[in-house]
Ligand binder design. Sequence first.
Ligand code: NI
Length: 181
Amino acid sequence: MAVQPIRLFGDPVLRTRAEPVVDFDKELRQLVRDLEETMLEAPGTGLAAPQIGVPLRVFTYHVEGVLGHLVNPVLDLSTEEQDGLEGCLSIPGLEFDCIRAAHVVAAGRDMHGEPVAIEGDDLLARCLQHETDHLDGVLFVDRLDRTARKAALKAIREAEWAGAPAPAIKVSPHPTFGRAL
Ligand code: NI
């Protein structure tokens, strides 16, 4: 167990609502390590467990040099919004403008079961929302307005990785510039 294949758009696991973590055991700690290693190798800004085929409510993030993880997250979103480019390791090579809450407080647990809260603006706020969406089977293209979503889905259909068997590839075939979530 280490770096895992990243599941791509079209894989049903990405559309499955992940289950809450109940056992804060050795397997969970291994899952967090696998997520961290896979995310850092991609490289990505965030990675949720369903993206490596594990339907549990866990994600990792690496934003501005800070590496972290969160289990069973519950988000509190600001009404103030931010607009900016967003990408996803499961939709490699593509980025689209996506409106998100500007400020987020994410409550949950760490891998030892201790309660934690993460507060973030800008990219961290975007990441916390994007990764929590993954746990609900939601992808960022679902958050785009109708016109942008149509363009995004067309770009996804035309992507060279589209329709490949899952798990298709171990490493993103396109540069992600370390920004993909
Ligand atoms: Ni993503």
